[in-house]
Write a new protein. Structure first.
Length: 199
């Protein structure tokens, strides 16, 4: 019986049976190596880009946001595997459209919509640029006082602590026991290192 000659479905090279490859596996195998195998599965750059853009909702036109339609991270940004790494969809959109992202730069959104992948809504900037942009647009969240989930005191208790200590009738250690906080916390309240905004 003559050996069966087969060729790679991707590149056309002659398929050679590998060491310890069972004849049944050889007859099923369609490609000569993993590179050809991933190209046969649509692993080429153009195919990957087409699959990426198909996962963005571009139905509202070129001016509107193109939200990522698949997985999102805890902050609402599109999340995917790209080049065997966890990636943010807007970064991949930038790289596909404009090329590699230089080290130290972030992909920022003009539209302030985390899942948006529309390249027209994206721009590059440093961490400082991102912070300045957030501040200018009023998106900066400052959790102070009772709005901070870790706060053990309230505005009224801070006023009460300052009044009682100013009167000289009670020590900081006694106030700490009374309010069930650390003595250092009371010291910071009294010296106005914490809760400065409370008059």
């Amino acid at each position: 019986m003559q050996p069966i000659e087969r060729s790679c479905h991707t590149c056309g090279e002659k398929l050679v049976r590998r060491d310890r490859e069972k004849p049944s596996k050889f007859l099923i195998r369609r490609t000569c190596n993993t590179r050809c195998g991933s190209a046969a599965k649509g692993g080429g750059v153009a195919d990957r880009a087409a699959r990426f853009w198909a996962r963005c909702d571009t139905s509202r036109g070129e001016v509107a946001c193109w939200p990522w339609a698949k997985c999102k991270d805890t902050h609402g940004y599109g999340s995917l595997k790209w080049n065997r790494k966890n990636s943010i969809a807007s970064r991949v959109a930038w790289a596909l459209t404009f090329g590699e992202i230089p080290d130290g730069l972030h992909v920022l959104h003009r539209c302030d919509n985390p899942p948006c992948c529309n390249p027209k809504h994206l721009f590059l900037g440093t961490h400082q640029t991102n912070s300045d942009d957030k501040h200018a647009k009023g998106r900066e969240v400052i959790l102070r006082g009772e709005s901070n989930g870790n706060a053990r005191l309230t505005v009224s208790s801070v006023r009460d602590i300052r009044e009682r200590y100013a009167s000289g009738a009670i020590s900081q250690a006694d106030l700490a026991r009374m309010y069930d906080v650390d003595a250092g916390t009371i010291n910071s309240v009294v010296r106005r290192r914490n809760w400065r905004f409370v008059s």
